[in-house]
Design a protein around this ligand. Structure first.
Ligand code: PNS
Length: 162
């Protein structure tokens, strides 16, 4: 049977850190659905459509990755695509409490879906979409942090806000 996993997140925008987790997850599962979900504590810079477009561009060379979005609970999305697993990246101890809360809640909601954590490559342990937006907003160089298409989308987005 085909093993499907879900890699959820805000992806506002996708970074090399996310991409590293996606590539590694895609090696282990038959299909990896990267899904843009709403995080109610965040106010996104990019629309869901823009985020999907960027994820599609930078994952186009990974054949078993599908890109999607969902309004609602992650476990409901996972069920709808018959996924048995959720993949999340862990950067540092500081991520642990937040991730433990989400994972425990998801397990209460549906204990048939298992969450797996992938330790972020050390190279990206400091990296977050928020820090990338902060640097890009003030015209700093983010070329080592995000793919070129994301870098230009950030540049355009901040130029249109001036
Ligand atoms: O990239 P993020 O912002 O850390 O991702 C968090 C996300 C979007 C995965 C999380 O907020 C989420 O799963 N949102 C969907 C709503 C949901 O299922 N909430 C219940 C678990 S707390």
């Amino acid at each position: 049977m085909m093993k499907v996993a879900v890699c959820p997140g805000s992806f506002d925008p996708i970074t090399y850190g996310h991409l590293d987790i996606i590539k590694r997850g895609a090696k282990v599962f038959d299909q990896l659905n990267v899904v843009v979900l709403n995080n109610s504590s965040k106010n996104p810079l990019f629309s869901v459509e823009e985020r999907i477009e960027l994820i599609k561009k930078v994952t186009s060379d990974i054949p078993n990755v599908k890109v999607d979005s969902f309004q609602g609970l992650l476990v409901d999305y996972a069920k709808s695509v018959k996924a048995s697993a959720i993949i999340r990246g862990l950067r540092a101890v500081s991520d642990f409490e937040y991730e433990m809360q989400i994972t425990s809640m998801n397990r209460v909601l549906d204990d048939a879906i298992e969450t797996f954590f992938v330790m972020t490559n050390n190279q990206y342990s400091f990296l977050s979409s928020s820090i990338v937006k902060e640097v890009a907003k003030y015209n700093g160089n983010v070329s080592e942090l995000v793919p070129a298409s994301v870098e230009s989308a950030l540049r355009e987005k901040f130029a249109s806000k001036e």
